[in-house]
Design a protein around this ligand. Structure first.
Ligand code: R5P
Length: 276
């Protein structure tokens, strides 16, 4: 049996990955930077703070950090950085970069996010970002209107999810957990998702609960009462820009930084995947 990795090693690996992502992609002269949610991003913010201390921004220059939820804002503030709400970012401005964590990442950089109940605002910010960097449950978190959760669960079963459940506090008498939008989270297990390459290679989907990432994300978004789905798929911000669309980012990251138990960091960059 494999030896379980202790918590200290996991945290050290997350921290190292976050620091490397920041070293590779953050600059002190950036104006708007997205900050995701979760435990890994705490290290990302620590790295940004250290970077700014060592390389102060040009005189008079402001670095604005766009949080993806309440907790994310608190992490920014605790580091002495300046948060700005998503709706205060001028409409014609793109965020230069966004750092975030993920629950799962596949070989094509599709991600599952929402393990900590943050996904709607993360997707809002992602879709306004040129470059997203991620540091690393086969269940898919889905943010739903409280009044509709039972209907959503029934619809998810119709799509083939085996046992979607409403996420509750560990102390269940306190009820369902609520998101930053005061919505609920339904966790929906599905069979292993197919990637776009699997589909190109002819794999069948759409029956017996077998889906590809793109189609399943769209099908779940169509269910009445669903605000957002924790599948981050499709194009990344650089691909969107290259397609000629302005003022919009992409859901997928341009790179993922995996912290390893041996102290190393593995980087998956989308351009390298394309060369394969
Ligand atoms: O809902 C939470 C967010 O999507 C997080 O970014 C994701 O769960 C990864 O979190 P962590 O960095 O704690 O693994």
């Amino acid at each position: 049996m494999a030896t379980p990795i202790d918590l200290e090693t996991i945290e050290a690996a997350k921290r190292k990955a976050a620091f490397q992502a920041v070293a590779d992609h953050f600059r002190s002269d950036m104006a708007f930077v997205g900050i995701g949610s979760g435990s890994t991003i705490v290290y990302g913010v620590e790295a940004i703070k250290a970077h700014l201390a060592a390389h102060p921004p040009p005189p008079g220059h402001m670095n604005w950090f766009v949080p993806t939820g309440w907790n994310s804002k608190k992490v920014i503030e605790a580091a002495g950085l300046t948060p700005i709400t998503f709706d205060s970012v001028p409409a014609d401005v793109m965020l230069e970069v966004c750092f975030d964590g993920a629950d799962e990442v596949d070989d094509e950089l599709n991600c599952i996010k929402g393990g900590g109940a943050c996904l709607f605002q993360e997707k809002l910010v992602a879709c306004r970002t040129q470059r997203r960097l991620l540091t690393q449950w086969k269940t898919i978190p889905i943010e739903v209107a409280p009044i509709a959760y039972q209907a959503v669960i029934a619809a998810l079963k119709g799509l083939g999810s085996t046992g979607p459940v409403l996420r509750e506090h560990s102390l269940s008498k306190t009820g369902p957990i609520q998101t930053d939008q005061s919505f609920y989270i339904v966790d929906a297990p599905f069979k292993q998702l197919l990637t776009p390459s699997d589909v190109e290679a002819g794999a069948e989907f759409g029956k017996d609960g077998v889906w590809d990432v793109d189609t399943l994300a769209k099908e779940i978004k169509k269910i009445n009462g669903v605000l957002e789905v924790g599948l981050f798929h499709g194009m990344n911000g650089e691909e969107v820009a290259a397609s000629g669309v302005k003022g919009r980012g992409g859901q997928k990251p341009v790179a993922v930084y995996f912290g390893l138990a041996d102290g190393g960091v593995t980087v998956m960059h989308y351009k390298d995947l394309k060369k394969k």
